[in-house]
Design a protein around this ligand. Sequence first.
Ligand SMILES: Cc1cc2nc3c(=O)[nH]c(=O)nc-3n(C[C@H](O)[C@H](O)[C@H](O)COP(=O)(O)O)c2cc1C
Length: 406
Amino acid sequence: MGGSYSYKGKHVVLGVTGGIAAYKVPEFIRILQRHEITVEVVMTKAACEFVTPLTFREITGLPVHTEMFTPPVQWRTAHISLARKADLVAVIPATANIIGKIAAGIADDLLTTTIMATRAPVLLAPAMNTAMYENPIFRRNLETLAALNYRIVPAASGDLLCGEKGSGRLPSLDVLEEEVLRLLTPKDLAGKRLLITAGPTREYLDPVRFITNDSSGRMGYALAKEAYRRGGEVTLVTGKTSLPCPPGVRTLPVTTTGELYEAVMAEFPAAEIIIMAGAPTDFAPATASSRKIKKTEEEALAPLGLRLTPDVARAVGEKKGGRFLVIFAAETNDLVPNAREKLARKHADLAVANDLTEEGAGFQHPTNKVTLVTREEMKELPLMSKEEVAKEIIATILRLQEGKGL
Ligand SMILES: Cc1cc2nc3c(=O)[nH]c(=O)nc-3n(C[C@H](O)[C@H](O)[C@H](O)COP(=O)(O)O)c2cc1C
C-alpha cells in the first residue's frame, strides 16, 4: 500500500553517557521496543558508573558495547559495524563532555568513534545541571552541532536532582519517543502544511454550565502526531481535552464552535490539507446568562431554546479551492450513504465514517473502526488503534493526491 511504513527492524544505536538521567534509559528502551525497533546500547565508561551494562543487556537481549579495544571484541571494527547498521544513533542522556567531544571532532572511545563514522542521523538529548547547561562553552558546542544537522532535543525545565531549579532536565520520555520516531519515519509530508481540528467544543448556558459531546480528541491528536512525524507542518485547533499538546505541533486552543470557526477560517488558507477530526457542538443555547443561573430561577430556564452553531467544515469546503478536505462522519445508521451525502454537501474529498453503534468505535475509545468514503469508492478498515487509523488516513490522502484510488 503506498504511503505505508513500519518501524519493525529499524536499528537504533543508543549511546548512554555518564549523566544522572541514565537511570531513565532502560524504561525508554522498553518504549522503543513497543514499536518493534531494535535497540543496541553503547555505553561510555562514565555511564557504567550510573547503570550497569547488565541491565541494558537483559532489556535489549543484545551485547552491550563498552570498550573499543579490550575483549570481548565482537568485530575487528566494532565502531564501523555499529555506525553502518544504525538507522539512527541517539545519545540519551548526552553529557556536556560528549557534546564537547563531538563538536571538537574527538573520537577517543567507541561511542564518539561510532558517531564520527556514521552516516545515519544523530540525535542528542543533553541533560545536566543548570549552570553546566547555561555555560557559554557548552552553548557554543551545541550551536555548532545544531548547525551541522545534529538533532538536538532541548532540555526541559524543572527540579533537577542536584537540587537546583531550571533548565537541564532530560525531556519527558514521550517527547524523546516522538523525536526518535520522527527521525525513523519517511518524510512523505515534507513541505506540506496541514490544519487539523480535534476534540469537542462547548456551548455555555451560563458561566459554569455548557452543552458538549463525548469527543476525547484522541483521533485528531493522533493525526497531528502522525503528520508531524511524516515531516508535515501541522497546526492543531483543539477543543478542551485531557491530552498533552503533541510535540512539534503548533496548537491553538479553542472553547466554543464560534472560536473554532474563527480559528479555522483564519488558518485554512495557508494549509494544503485540512482534516476536520474535531467534534463541534452543533447546537448552542439561544441565549446565555452572564451570571450563574440559580436553581430557583425557573423563569430563566423556561425560554431556553437552541440555535445552530456555524458549520465549520461546510464553510471551509465552500472556499477550499484546490485544498484537500477530509471530514469525519459519525453515524448511527446508513453509514456510507450518509457519509457520501455529507461529503457532497461539504465539498470534501474524503470522508472518514464510523458507526457509533459498533463496539470499540468512535468517541472515548482508544480504538476506531472506520470506513473511508470518496465520491467513487469506499473501503472498510478493521478495528484498529486511533494511531493506526491516523497512519491509514494520511497514507490514503497521499494516494488520492497522487490520483490513485483508495
Ligand atoms: C553523580 C554525578 C552526576 C553527574 N551528572 C551529570 C549530568 O547529569 N550531566 C553531565 O553532563 N555530566 C554529569 N556528570 C559528569 C560526567 O559524568 C563527567 O563529565 C564524565 O566525564 C562524562 O563522561 P562521558 O561523557 O564519557 O559519559 C556527573 C558526575 C557525577 C559524579
